[in-house]
Design a protein around this ligand. Structure first.
Ligand code: NOJ
Ligand code: CA
Length: 706
């Protein structure tokens, strides 16, 4: 940290004392008053601006000594005074009677390297404000609380820190009072919270005034054209944030319930800190995606050498089960057989895929939907010879990808997990897809062993998901979590947490009712994808689910590899379907999975999105564009390409008759053009369509001028 060079306005102690002692009459910042009816903020106690002055945060104490903050964008208030504080069950509330002890600022400007990701280098440039307040009134020593703000040009984060102090050794946190009072009329894209077991829903689009209880990320667009996303970073040992709209456009943090029956709080010892509550703020939807606030608010890599974490593409014994033609459990239609796996391994080797995922290899699937209590993680079904398959694959440079479906039954999984990782390590399995499908029973239902299933977003489950990642790291195993806790950027700290699901992926096109609408993908780009990588499992070129067609053109299936980021990408279709469509399949073989640079070229939530990415291991650029149910025509300036180079653009575009229904979905044109950074690519996307391009440099790189 560099030394402070920021203005911090500290008011006189008289003013502060007056504020702290003021009468009890007005219930300042009470949840049931509207923004406009709030009592005037008594005093701003500290201010911090972002490095270029785009955003400013003011922190204030009101007449009751309650803390609030507000946010200005280019000098205009966009978040009006919003409450801060916590409610404890083992001690009085941390919500009022505060006076300022100290406000300190510092600046930070550092560039760090991601081991894998959408960008190789990430700049972390922010100004920090630490406001420490003391609470008078119930103990003569006072209790202290620190609120830390980090202010970037494209977003803010704040968190509570609980200092080491004799009068607050342990915190039982039952409520968090943090609010976000949005000033301008807004439209929101969001998912309901409150379901105990999953996060896989179509995205809702409503006026912000109609949001009830939402998961994060929640993205909004104001009537003035400003975009904001509310989320959290570094969710560690705490309950996840949900947002309840308390009135008007005021959202209040509601902590997810606990996993343990009868337990109502987050339990933390001091000293400690909460996760960061975050707001991304940008002039455009692409600006939200281009923000690095989420990663910058996470701690650096704690695993040391992570060269064993490898981005890759994979195929797998998977879509068959979703189509219902094969089964996870053993039996006449069992998918995970030695013979069938070898076919996939042969295909992977021939087409350059590193991984073969095999689901349904282990004992216990008979009871998956009931309680998951039969799952064994080191006992294959007898028709799956893992030793033979591991050796067979490795000879061809192909790795088995592990699968641990838990059924959400943590009590069954945790005692077995280390044995499961050791078992896989023995067979050179260096990544595992996990699963938490828990459809039966309802929240906290009792299983036959007396165990209970837990809220995905609870502190207990936050701990569980992290434990999986840190334990697996001991075996040099990467984790791809399905039915995960939401992503909050922890891949920076634990780079073996390579991907997760956490929204509706391709599987919903097999059996979902309804399946994913075309608007789903451009919604994901500006909601779910702002949290981190998603294992969406794209590339179903057959465009066919289980008795339902997929509302997508073939070109769109290719575009998804660029638009929906994950360092591990599946070619999800049956391998025999790839043999039917060698033309478009070529793009899936060619597309990269690890990037040195990413540019979001255009987009609106739920409408369309175009993204360009540069391969980290070559000079090749890729581009993907998707649209909703509306066809679209627009120009794509190719100025992202490296200047002075000529490229062969291999274009996979919707054909003249392409459409999202019937045979028209297969109308694709594959053509080549020579282009440079000065050119403009005309894009014509069919309804439910897409565009995918690979830009291969011609000749050697031009010499750099000295
Ligand atoms: C749900 C996952 O999202 C899917 O990919 C997997 O095949 C099933 N669970 C079974 O584990
Ligand atoms: Ca799922």
């Amino acid at each position: 940290m560099k030394s402070s060079r920021l203005a911090v306005s500290l008011l006189t102690s008289t003013l502060l004392a007056a504020g702290a002692l003021a009468g009890v009459a007005a219930p300042a910042f009470a949840a049931d008053t509207d923004v406009t009816q709030r009592p005037p903020v008594a005093s701003t106690i500290a201010t911090v601006s972002s490095p270029s002055g785009v955003l400013t945060v003011d922190v204030a104490l009101d007449v009751n000594g309650s803390l609030a903050y507000s946010v200005k964008h280019m000098g205009k208030e966009v978040i009006s005074p919003s409450r801060l504080g916590l409610v404890l069950s083992n001690a009085p509330k941390l919500d009022r009677n505060f006076s300022l002890v100290e406000a300190k600022t510092s600046s930070h400007d550092e560039t760090w390297e991601q081991p894998w990701g959408e960008w190789r280098f990430i700049r972390d440039n922010h100004n920090e404000l630490r406001v420490t307040v003391a609470q008078k009134g119930y103990m003569k020593e006072g209790r202290q609380l620190t609120v830390v703000f980090r202010v970037f040009d494209d977003g803010i984060g704040f968190r509570y820190e609980f200092p080491d102090q004799p009068q607050l050794k342990h915190l039982s946190i039952v409520d968090e009072l943090s609010e976000f009072a949005v000033v301008d009329n807004s439209t929101a894209w969001w998912n309901a919270a409150g379901e105990w077991n999953r996060e896989e829903y179509p995205v809702d689009k409503t006026p912000l005034k109609e949001v009830s209880l939402a998961q994060t990320p929640l993205t909004l667009k104001t009537d003035n054209g400003l975009y904001m996303t509310f989320h959290e970073a570094a969710l560690v040992d705490y309950a996840a944030v949900w947002l309840r709209r308390v009135n008007g456009q005021r959202l209040k943090v509601q902590l997810a319930p606990t996993g343990e029956p009868g337990k109502k709080s987050v339990e933390r010892d001091a000293p400690s800190a909460t996760p960061w509550r975050t707001v991304l703020i940008a002039d455009s939807a692409p600006g939200l995606y281009m923000s690095h606030v989420m990663l910058n608010l996470n701690e650096p890599n704690k695993l040391g050498d992570v060269s064993w974490v490898q981005p890759y593409k994979y195929v797998g014994i998977w879509w068959d089960m979703h189509l219902g033609t094969r089964t996870w459990e053993a039996g006449p239609k069992h998918g995970a057989t030695t013979e069938y796996t070898k076919k996939y391994m042969d295909f992977a080797a021939k087409n350059g895929f590193r991984g073969v995922l095999v689901e349904g290899w282990n004992k216990g699937w008979e009871d998956w939907f009931a309680t998951g209590h039969l799952f064994k993680f080191d006992e294959p079904y007898p028709d799956f010879d893992i030793a033979e398959l591991s050796a067979y694959g490795l000879k061809k440079g192909v790795h088995l990808i592990g699968h641990h479906e838990t059924g959400g039954n943590i009590a069954n999984y945790e005692p077995q997990m280390n044995a499961g990782y050791a078992f896989y390590q023995k067979y050179a399995v260096d990544s595992i897809k996990t699963g938490y499908v828990a459809d039966a029973g309802g929240a906290q239902a009792m299983g036959p062993d007396g165990i209970y299933f837990t809220w995905n977003d609870s502190q207990d489950m936050v701990r569980h998901y992290q434990k999986v990642v840190t334990e697996a790291a001991k075996y040099k195993i990467a984790i791809d979590t399905h039915e995960p806790i939401k992503d909050t950027g922890l891949r920076r700290t634990y780079p073996n947490w390579v991907s997760r699901e956490g929204q509706r992926g391709m599987e919903y096109n097999a059996w979902g009712a309804p399946p994913n609408a075309p608007e789903h993908d451009p919604e994901l780009v500006f909601t779910r994808m702002l949290a981190g990588p998603m294992d969406y499992t794209p590339g179903v070129l057959s465009l066919q689910g289980n008795n339902q067609p997929i509302a997508s053109t073939q070109a769109r299936q290719l575009a998804l590899y660029v638009v929906i980021y994950s360092p591990i990408q599946m070619a999800a279709d049956l391998i025999e379907n790839y043999d039917k469509y060698p033309g478009p399949f070529q793009f899936i073989k060619d597309v990269a999975v690890d990037w040195s640079d990413t540019r979001v070229l255009n987009g609106e939530p739920g409408d369309f999105a175009t993204i360009a990415r540069k391969d980290r291991n070559s000079e090749t650029w890729f581009l993907g564009a998707v649209t909703d149910e509306n066809g679209r025509t627009f120009d794509v300036p190719l100025s992202f390409l490296d200047a002075g180079r000529t490229y062969t653009a291999e274009i996979y575009r919707d054909g003249p008759n392409a459409d999202m229904t019937g045979d028209a979905r297969f109308d694709i044109v594959i053509e080549k053009k020579t282009v440079t950074a000065g050119d403009v690519l005309p894009a014509r996307l069919a309804p439910g369509g897409g565009l995918a391009v690979r830009f291969v440099p011609q000749g050697a790189a031009p010499k750099k001028r000295k």
